[in-house]
Design a protein around this ligand. Structure first.
Ligand code: NDP
Length: 285
């Protein structure tokens, strides 16, 4: 039996409607959540992501400001801008679009963002809070995956979740969030031998590798939930995931399409974090 295709559009629409309502009620109290997005250089993919983020903010009533800086911008100029945004009371979230040009140290830039405004959850303070289970900002892509699982009514507790990929942005925080939801978690990476034997045990399989269509039916336990984080541009210009959709759908119970699920959910979680940062600020006032 073919897998159920997870309707990412519907899930995203439901959550964004909820965010819109909460933004409106904050606005009624005189507070408009604000996000600053900083783009350095002219990477075309980054420019598209930034445009999507700004448009998504507008759709739910969040104020956004995009700072487009030339590729030659120095690290100290960028740090100066971040300092200004940290101090700006209209800005609740700061996002620096990665990757940065090679002459800028990404860690120094991330460390400079105030943890309260770190809506990507890349700052070591927020990463540490996630690790020890303290409340705080959650990283957008992994948080979006957990939301998808909850929205389709999958109980995570006690399940064997396998994450393929161990990046700081997706794989590692994904494993932490699944652990927090009481899954038994295994993480696979490029040095994992016989990966297929491990992925085939997964009730929930999250794939974040960056290799087009590498996960096939043979990697998947019948009935498993397969979440494809991958976004790979093929030579024909089409976007495809890390999972071979048609093949995997023969075996999986549920599967996410690419594009159309984890990507827009990631932006939705960015909106959610910006709203949360504004609410936190309002409650301190
Ligand atoms: P990275 O390149 O930072 O990490 C890739 C991970 O995959 C590494 O841990 C690597 O292992 C592992 N890996 C590579 N090859 C293999 C292999 N053959 N078998 C098993 N594991 C392997 O990528 P990201 O985590 O940043 O991104 C992963 C994918 O997700 C990309 O396609 C990216 O575009 C997409 N993405 C999508 C987002 C969205 O919003 N939808 C957001 C962020 C990313 P090792 O550590 O050993 O090198």
């Amino acid at each position: 039996m073919a897998a159920e295709r997870i309707n990412g559009k519907q899930i995203v629409a439901e959550i964004r409607e909820q965010i819109s309502q909460e933004v409106q009620s904050l606005k009624d109290k005189g507070i408009q959540p604000g996000l600053a997005v900083v783009l350095v250089g002219d990477d075309p993919a980054s420019a598209v992501y930034v445009r999507n983020k700004a448009k998504s903010c507008a759709d739910v009533g969040i104020h956004s400001e995009v700072y487009r800086l030339p590729a030659e911008t120095s690290q100290s100029e960028l740090l100066q801008l971040i300092g200004k945004l940290n101090a700006d009371s209209h800005i609740h979230g700061i996002l620096v679009q990665l990757p940065l040009p090679a002459h800028i140290n990404e860690d120094a830039v991330i460390d400079a963002i105030s943890p309260d405004k770190d809506v990507d959850c890349f700052h070591p303070v927020n990463v540490g809070n996630l690790m020890i289970g303290k409340p705080g900002m959650l990283p957008c892509t992994p948080a979006g995956v957990i939301e998808v699982l909850k929205k389709i009514g999958i109980s995570i507790e006690g399940k064997h979740a396998v994450v393929v990929g161990r990046s700081n942005i997706v794989g590692k925080p994904m494993a932490m969030l699944l652990l927090r939801e009481n899954a038994t978690v295994t993480v696979c990476h490029s040095r994992t031998p016989n990966m297929e034997e491990i992925t085939k045990q997964a009730d929930i399989l999250v794939v974040a590798v960056g290799r087009a269509q590498m996960i096939e039916a043979r990697h998947i336990k019948p009935g498993a939930v397969v979440i494809d984080v991958g976004m790979n541009r093929l030579d024909n210009g089409k976007l495809t995931g890390d999972v071979h959709y048609d093949d995997a759908a023969q075996v999986a119970g549920y599967i996410t399409p690419v594009p159309g699920c984890v990507g827009p959910m990631t932006i939705t979680m960015l909106l959610q974090n910006t709203l949360q940062a504004a609410k936190n600020k309002a409650s301190q006032a």
